[in-house]
Design a protein around this ligand. Structure first.
Ligand code: URA
Length: 209
């Protein structure tokens, strides 16, 4: 099983290119992030196991497939992760949501936690951690540390863009966590931004700065 899946679907790639454009409006950026969130939810759930249940159609009875086993938790890292949440929930409306509040200290680039709220049965669920930008991976590693402290054992990570440095850090800290991303860019700059990237995802989504 690959540690990293790059979702090469043309719709994802097209929408990502629109988002990279520095002239894209806040409204457009937010809408595209949600749309890509939906498409990435489709990919990250691609291998969920199915079971057959007896179903009565208007014509007959049949054994029809439904998703079996564990239920999902989407765990956006605040604040940019929230930008992909609605799109993902539109595909999996019954998923629970864990919120993980982390901010990046601009000096040290380390993740500082200010909020954590997860469903009490997180240990029994498949947890999909969401953060559009996997840069240093400090936030991703800290979020997954916290989820594991709470008993989560089956964790996946979804992002829009990843830097090679972030993938390396996340896969060495949490080798059991597979990553889904729309693209892997070339590198991080001295300020911890992904290059060529798309800038600060939270600022672009909320029109701040
Ligand atoms: N966070 C962002 O929003 N953008 C980056 O390039 C890196 C981290």
């Amino acid at each position: 099983m690959e540690a990293v899946t790059v979702v090469a679907h043309p719709l994802v790639q097209h929408k990502l290119t629109l988002m990279r454009d520095k002239k894209r409006s806040t409204k457009g950026f937010r809408q595209l992030l949600n749309e890509i969130g939906m498409l990435l939810a489709y990919e990250v759930t691609r291998d969920l196991p199915l079971e057959l249940v007896e179903t009565e159609t208007p014509l007959t009875t049949m054994m029809a497939p439904t998703i079996a086993g564990k239920k999902l938790v989407f765990a956006p890292i605040l604040r940019a992760g929230v930008g992909m949440l609605d799109g993902m929930l539109s595909l999996v409306p019954s998923a629970r949501v864990a919120h993980i509040g982390l901010y990046r200290d601009p000096e040290t680039l380390t993740a500082v936690e200010y909020y954590f709220k997860a469903p009490s049965d997180v240990a029994e669920r498949l947890v999909v951690v969401i953060d559009p930008m996997l840069a240093t991976a400090n936030s991703a590693v800290a979020a997954i540390d916290r989820l594991k402290d709470r008993g989560a054992r089956d964790i996946r990570f979804v992002c829009l863009l990843a830097a090679p440095e972030g993938i390396q850090r996340l896969t060495s800290a949490h080798p059991d966590v597979r990553i889904w991303t729309a693209a892997i860019d070339t590198h991080l700059n001295d300020h911890g931004y992904i290059v060529p990237g798309l800038g600060d995802a939270g600022d672009r989504m909320y029109g701040t700065r």
